[in-house]
Design a protein around this ligand. Structure first.
Ligand code: GLY
Length: 363
C-alpha cells in the first residue's frame, strides 16, 4: 500500500482525495479566509490518522487492522516505526535530549473498548515508550509511571536499556548549549572577530515534535497513542502533554479519538484531547472540535510573553481527531501549510489542516 503524494492543495484536489470535503468551519470572530477545511466524508473503519510524520504509521496500522489486529496494537506498531527511526529527532530513539543531554520520552495509549489507559513520562533508555505505556495498561493497576520507576517496570518485563542519544541529536544539543548565552562558559565555533557569541540561539529550532496516531479497527473499535521526546532541551524532568490522558490523547469508543502535537504546556492547561472528544459527543465534526480546542487555547493564553502584537498565541498546537463514523479532521492554531496523514483500505493520503491564524512570521 502506498501513500498518495499531496504536496500542494492543487495536487491534492486533482488526486480526488478531497472529494466530499465538508463545509469550512468558521469559529466565532474569524474570517472565512483564515480557515481551510480538512473534513473527509464519513466511512467507518478501518481508518487511521496521524500527525504528518506518521505517514508510515497509518499505513502500518491499516495493514495490521486488515489482518484482524485490534486498533491499539495497530497504532502502537505504527508509531514504533517512527520511535525506532534515528532520523526522526522528535520521537523515541534519536529524539533531541533535555538540557542535560539525556533523552527523556513521554507516551500514552488509550484503548476504546475497555476504556483503559496507560502512560509513561520522562522515561530514559527505551526506544519505544508507547510499548511501555501499553505495558502499564496491561500489567499494572496504574495509569501513569514516570522516570526510573517506569524504566524499572519496563526492565522487569524484559525491555533492554539502550543509549538513545544519536550523534546527530548530541551535536544539535551541543550546538544549542554553546549558543545559549554569551554570558556562560560554553562557546560555539567562532573566529577572533566575533563579538556577540551566543546570539544565534534564536535561530535554532527548539521544537515540540511528537507523533499521534489513532484508528478504528474492523470491529469498529477506536484506540489512540501519542509519543514524543518532548520539548527539545527541556529542563530535566519536564513532562509535556503527550503522556497525559485527556491532554495528549483521549478516546471514547462511542464517540471518537483525539490527539495533539505542539506546545504541551498550553495543552496541559486546557486538556484539549478530552475537550475535542466531548465536543464531538455534542455534535461537532472532528474538524470543528479541533478548531474549538485551538480557540480555547487562544482565549486562555493571557501571559504577554506568550502573545504576539495582536494578542494571539505566539506558539502553535495541532490537533487530530476521528469520530465513530470514520470522519477525520485536524486543526492548528497557526497554519496554512499543515497536513495530517490518513490511511484506509484504499491507501494513504495527506489532508490539509484547518487553522485559526495564517502562519506568517510566527516562530
Ligand atoms: N507536545 C509535546 C510536548 O510538549 O512535549
Amino acid at each position: 500500500m502506498s501513500f498518495a503524494k499531496a504536496s500542494s492543495r492543487r495536487d491534492f484536489l486533482k488526486s480526488g482525495a478531497l472529494a466530499g470535503i465538508g463545509a469550512a468551519v468558521l469559529p466565532v470572530g474569524r474570517t472565512l479566509g483564515e480557515i481551510r477545511s480538512s473534513s473527509v466524508m464519513p466511512k467507518a473503519g478501518p481508518i487511521a490518522i496521524s500527525s504528518r510524520n506518521g505517514q508510515r504509521s497509518v499505513l502500518k496500522a491499516i495493514e495490521m487492522i486488515q489482518s484482524g489486529a485490534d486498533a491499539l496494537d495497530a497504532v502502537i506498531a505504527g508509531v514504533n516505526i517512527v520511535e525506532e527511526d534515528p532520523k526522526d529527532m522528535s520521537v523515541g530513539y534519536g529524539g533531541l535530549p533535555n538540557e542535560a543531554g539525556a533523552v527523556q520520552l513521554d507516551s500514552c495509549v488509550m484503548h476504546g473498548p475497555s476504556c483503559r489507559a496507560g502512560g509513561v513520562a520522562a522515561l530514559e533508555g527505551i526506544k519505544t515508550p508507547s510499548k511501555v505505556a501499553k505495558l502499564v495498561l496491561d500489567r499494572s493497576d496504574h495509569v501513569l509511571l514516570v522516570g526510573l520507576g517506569a524504566q524499572r517496570f519496563a526492565q522487569m518485563h524484559g525491555f533492554k536499556i539502550e543509549d538513545l542519544l544519536t550523534d546527530r541529536a548530541r551535536e544539535r544539543w551541543v550546538e544549542w548549549k554553546e549558543g545559549l548565552s554569551n554570558r556562560d562558559d560554553y562557546l560555539p565555533p567562532h573566529s577572533m572577530e566575533d563579538k556577540d557569541i551566543g546570539e544565534n540561539i534564536e535561530d535554532l529550532e527548539r521544537h515540540w515534535g511528537t507523533i499521534h496516531c489513532s484508528a478504528i479497527d474492523l470491529a469498529g473499535n477506536i484506540s489512540g497513542v501519542t509519543t514524543t521526546s518532548g520539548l527539545a532541551f527541556k529542563i530535566p524532568g519536564r513532562v509535556g502533554d503527550s503522556p497525559i490522558i485527556g491532554a495528549g490523547c483521549y478516546v471514547d469508543n462511542e464517540v471518537g479519538a483525539a490527539g495533539s502535537t505542539g506546545r504541551g504546556e498550553a495543552n496541559l492547561e486546557n486538556l484539549c484531547s478530552f475537550l475535542i472528544v466531548e465536543r464531538m459527543r455534542m455534535g461537532d465534526s472532528p474538524e470543528q472540535a479541533c478548531l474549538y480546542a485551538c480557540e480555547r487555547i487562544a482565549s486562555h493564553t493571557k501571559l504577554a510573553r506568550l502573545l504576539d502584537d495582536e494578542d494571539r498565541p505566539n506558539f502553535t498546537v495541532s490537533f487530530y481527531a476521528l469520530n465513530k463514523a470514520g470522519e477525520v479532521g485536524g486543526a492548528q492554531i497557526w497554519g496554512g501549510r499543515g497536513q495530517f496523514a490518513v490511511a484506509d483500505a484504499n491507501g494513504g493520503r495527506l489532508v490539509e489542516m484547518a487553522y485559526l491564524y495564517a502562519r506568517t512570521t510566527m516562530r
